[in-house]
Design a protein around this ligand. Structure first.
Ligand SMILES: Cc1ncc(C[n+]2csc(CCOP(=O)(O)OP(=O)(O)O)c2C)c(N)n1
Ligand SMILES: [Mg+2]
Length: 357
């Protein structure tokens, strides 16, 4: 009897915990999502970091228009709150890997604007010596593992990075970013299975900006709740307002603690929006101008934080203006530095092709 009672109470508590975990997913889904409480300094840092990405990307767009950046160039304008909020919860032992929409991630990892801009313009002083361009930059020092042009690639490679952290017992976690357009790839699901099986310390961040290259997620994905991508293999997931840096920070704090505690992977679906085309050569026929304008006007993460800071009395207008000026100066300097840097020597064609064993 006692055993039966124990078994049935275990069944009840298992069911309760299933309900709890479903409830947790649902509450993160609604408007009542948690927002992080942070210090004044942190608020100002969020503002600065998001603005740096915005201004950097605007400048990159300009340089592209002037013919100074060749190849592909995917801007992150509109999505800044995602990477800034997530990065703010990571430490020195943590790794980051992302897609080709990567300039913001590099800046948020602490890579220098000068080196990123020099790489975009194909110069010798760029992070990949001018040979990688927009989609292929890395920084061993900042634990930034790219920049990947292959859609979905950050997921299995990110799982591999997390496996190395687990194997070497570094205490670090990996944050692997990918887009809504990658969510239904085979390699993504295979990697989710392996990382759940091995309880890898990885946070999968889906940047759901509602569109892939030429179509919307609604038209491309049968699954509508991407945060539930890991349901079949028991990976928990949360949907987060990716246009609110404080909501991102709150969700990322929890996710980082979860992954770090040895419980395995976790998914955060960031609901976000890109204001510019998929890449610089996008006719954008799959959405209306009105939709973009509405998002910019009503949901912009930087405008909202600015308002929060001013209305909350955390800083005065001239303090924010000083930050605007500081950011502008960094970006202007980066663009000048890039344009004054020499191109790689032709002999560089033969270096960095294979790793030195
Ligand atoms: C394996 C692979 N298939 C197709 C492409 C072409 N492609 C580049 S970006 C892209 C759309 C990806 O959209 P999403 O994952 O939502 O990312 P976003 O561009 O919105 O950030 C496609 C299909 C590619 N680079 N790699
Ligand atoms: Mg997308």
């Amino acid at each position: 009897m006692a055993t039966q009672a124990k078994r049935s109470s275990r069944r009840v508590s298992k069911a309760a915990s299933r309900t709890r975990s479903r409830a947790a997913k649902r509450t993160a889904n609604g408007n009542g999502a948690a927002r992080a409480q942070v210090s004044r300094d942190q608020l100002l840092k969020f503002y600065r970091d998001m603005l740096l990405i915005r201004r950097f990307e605007e400048k990159a767009g300009q340089l592209y228009g002037m013919g100074l950046i060749g190849g592909f160039c995917h801007l992150y304008i509109g999505q800044e709150a995602v990477v800034v909020g997530v990065q703010s919860t990571l430490g020195e032992d943590d790794y980051v890997i992302t897609t080709y929409r990567d300039h913001g991630h590099m800046l948020a990892c602490g890579m220098e604007a000068k080196g990123v801009m020099a790489e975009l313009t194909g110069r010798r002083s760029g992070y990949s010596k001018g040979k990688g361009g927009s989609m292929h930059m890395f920084s061993k020092e900042k634990n930034f593992f790219g920049g990947h042009g292959i859609v979905g690639a950050p997921v299995p490679i990110g799982a591999g990075l997390a496996l190395s952290q687990q194997y070497l017992d570094t205490g670090g976690v990996t944050t692997a970013y990918f887009g809504d357009g990658a969510a239904n790839q085979g390699q993504v699901h295979e990697a989710l299975n392996m990382s759940a099986l091995w309880k890898l310390p990885v946070i999968y961040v889906i940047e759901n900006n509602k569109y892939g290259m030429g179509t919307s997620v609604d038209r491309a994905s049968a699954a509508k709740e991407l945060y539930r991508l890991g349901d079949p293999v028991g990976i928990p997931g949360h949907q987060v307002d990716g246009m609110d840096v404080l909501a991102v920070r709150a969700a990322a704090e929890e996710a980082t603690a979860y992954a770090r505690s040895g419980k395995g992977p976790i998914i955060l679906e960031m609901m976000t929006y890109r204001y510019r085309g998929h890449s610089m050569s996008d006719p954008a026929k799959y959405r209306s101008r009105e939709e973009v304008a509405k998002m910019r006007e009503q949901r912009d993460a930087i405008d909202h934080l600015r308002k929060d800071i001013l209305e909350g009395g955390h800083a005065k207008d001239d303090e924010l203006k000083a930050i605007d000026n500081e950011v502008k100066a960094i970006v202007t300097e980066a663009a000048e530095f890039a344009q004054n840097s020499p191109e790689p020597d032709p002999s560089e064609l033969y270096t960095d092709v294979y790793a030195d064993a």
